[in-house]
Design a binder for this molecule. Structure first.
Ligand code: AMP
Length: 127
């Protein structure tokens, strides 16, 4: 799927339970499920049930729904026992950030010491 593709994304199909996912929490407005390719001991995606393409569009259109997404992210952290040890919430937005699914989603990461993030480093750059 390309960023310009207006068709349904994978996440609408997960929300509709048309394809399976490991759902860890659900509210009237949000759903949280484990990432299929986890980057930490806990790696959960939180999505609003209404589709916006990215967090900026969501914030502009429905700030209360963005607050619901953050509250669900915190609830996921509580359920996975991360509140005391800490966790990270990330919204990849656009190509440079590596966004691949254009239904806004928060990544909730934790359960172990997380690495730094930021500029892409190719090993060749270290020479
Ligand atoms: P992003 O790159 O920020 O758009 O994140 C998309 C995330 O969706 C990636 O971390 C993928 O591993 C994850 N993903 C893709 N397909 C599935 C799936 N069927 N179930 C759960 N997570 C998925």
């Amino acid at each position: 799927m390309t960023e310009s593709d207006p068709s349904e994304t994978l996440f609408e199909r997960i929300i509709a339970r048309e394809i399976p996912a490991d759902i860890v929490h659900e509210t009237a407005t949000t759903m949280a499920f484990r990432d299929i390719s986890p980057q930490a001991d806990t790696h959960v995606l939180v999505v609003p049930k209404t589709r916006y393409r990215n967090v900026g569009e969501l914030a502009a259109a429905d700030p209360a729904l963005l607050a619901d997404v953050i509250a669900t992210a915190h609830r996921v952290a509580e359920l996975d026992g991360l509140v005391d040890s800490g966790y990270r919430v990330v919204f990849n937005t656009g190509a440079d950030a590596g966004q691949t699914v254009f239904h806004v989603h928060a990544h909730v990461l934790g359960g172990e010491q997380l690495g730094f993030f930021g500029r892409y480093r190719d090993e060749a750059d270290d020479d």
